[in-house]
Design a protein around this ligand. Structure first.
Ligand code: GDU
Length: 420
């Protein structure tokens, strides 16, 4: 028996691979490394650098290595990016899931654990598995479509599945074997980067939500606990359990401000915080009802403690030499003829501003863009002049204010911006 983990080089993926290996499983990982890291795949797992959307490759893997179960985690997981680039998410989350399911059916793989998301519920607190599914973002919709395909596939073929509706994964492996991937960018990671001196400030996206302190509320779950639920779900399917969908959280809501305060307290660093407008696709509240997880599945968390989650994340951040995540949005090509005025920035200047407005320092921007710090300084000098600002903070504020105009001038849609 062997398990194939798609997306096993990613953040939740690499922790899940560890949980499976710790349980004595033989694990194969397929990952195209578009957002995951090769170094995140434990040495004991067999790594295949490839696209889970390649049906031939997946079928070959399943056949040659006698794989009896697939944990499908490959996909794109940014709510905000899915609003800007929905087709990327429908490909990576819906189409690729279909391809992997088809390969499983044709190769006789009977167990399928699918990493779904809390975003299938939309804005909701105390969501139960049988609650109304009303996703707001293309990300949530793309995962919900995959869930629907799984249900239909399981009804037609001898495959059973577990759809794990993951709430907000955070933290890092307590033994320090894995941590937040290079490009996950979740709130706790961002705040820990600020505490570790890798960011100048933490942006708070929206303070006018209908929540106790006006900031968004999420159900944060330790990534190693989430990984353990994936392991348990597979065990249940192998024991003959029928297909199910289950919430993976702790059933406890924490606001953005509460999280930031906890990171400050645990780290002892009073980093700067700046209020920004709401982020596209965000919902006010997303908190699980864990009746099924704790009851029917009989799972018990080992790390249900926000300070502990933060301390593991912080430890990883302080010990890892890696730089902060590259921003997902990547302006590459802004047509000159659509620009036209003195305030327009070159594509490279947009790249610099994208990073600057996330609070990154010059040396980190330089490393992310593959240029020298001196070049970043020169770009900033031009940008500050073009935007009519007096310093970098002023330029960042003006840039964020004018971002919608830049989009409009590149044909009313962010088509001049490319993700990577
Ligand atoms: O720098 C930041 C980062 C985030 N936030 C806020 O913090 C909250 C949590 O945001 P995250 O980016 O950490 O997580 P999301 O809730 O957007 O999404 C996460 O949880 C989802 C489950 O609903 C999916 O699993 C998804 O892949 C994962 O990124 C949101 O209100 C967001 O606006 C900030 O204020 N500043």
């Amino acid at each position: 028996m062997a398990v194939l983990v798609t997306g096993g080089a990613g953040y939740v993926g690499s922790h899940t691979v560890l949980a499976l290996l710790d349980a004595g499983e033989k694990v194969f990982v397929i990952d195209d490394l578009s957002s995951g890291e090769r170094s995140a795949v434990p040495i004991k797992a067999q790594f295949v650098h490839g696209d889970a959307g390649d049906p031939e490759m997946v079928r070959r893997l399943l056949r040659i290595y006698g794989i009896d179960a697939v944990v499908h985690m490959a996909g794109s997981g940014s709510v905000e990016e899915s609003v800007r680039n929905p087709l990327k998410h429908y490909r990576n989350n819906t189409e690729i899931a279909r391809t992997v399911m088809e390969a499983c059916v044709s190769e006789g793989v009977r167990h399928f654990v699918f990493s779904s998301t809390a975003a299938v519920y939309g804005d909701a607190e105390g969501c139960r598995e049988d609650s109304v599914l009303s996703p707001v973002s293309p990300f949530g919709k793309s995962k919900l479509m995959a869930e629907a395909m799984l249900r239909d596939t399981a009804a037609a073929h001898s495959i059973r599945y577990a759809a794990l509706r993951c709430f907000n994964a955070a933290g890092a492996d307590p033994a320090g074997r894995a941590g937040q991937g290079a490009r996950s960018g979740g709130l706790i990671e961002v705040a820990c980067e600020a505490a570790a001196g890798k960011r100048l400030f933490v942006p708070v996206f929206g303070t006018d939500y209908d929540t106790p302190d006006g900031t968004c509320v999420r159900d944060y779950i330790h990534v190693s606990d989430l990984a353990d639920i994936h392991r348990l779900a597979l065990e249940r399917l192998r024991q003959g359990g029928s297909s199910f969908a289950v919430n993976c959280g702790y059933g406890r809501g924490r606001s953005v401000r509460e999280v930031i305060e906890t990171v400050k307290k645990v780290s002892g660093v009073d980093f700067a915080v700046k209020v920004h407008p709401r982020r596209a696709g965000d919902v006010g509240k997303s908190v699980a009802d864990c009746g099924m997880l704790f009851g029917d599945l009989g799972w018990r968390p080992s790390r249900d403690n926000l300070a502990k989650i933060v301390s593991h994340s912080l430890e990883w951040e302080r010990n890892s030499s890696r730089l902060p995540a590259r921003p997902a949005m990547h302006p590459e090509k802004l047509q000159k003829d659509q620009a036209g005025s003195a305030t327009d920035l070159t594509p490279r200047e947009h790249q610099v501003m994208q990073q600057l407005s996330k609070g990154l320092q010059n040396k980190i921007i330089a490393a992310n863009l593959g240029v020298s710090e001196h070049t970043v300084k020169i770009h900033l000098h031009h940008i500050i002049r073009k935007l009519g600002a007096t310093n970098r903070t002023g330029a960042a504020a003006i840039y964020l204010e004018r971002l919608p105009d830049f989009f409009q001038r590149s044909n009313g849609a962010p088509s001049g911006f490319r993700n990577h």
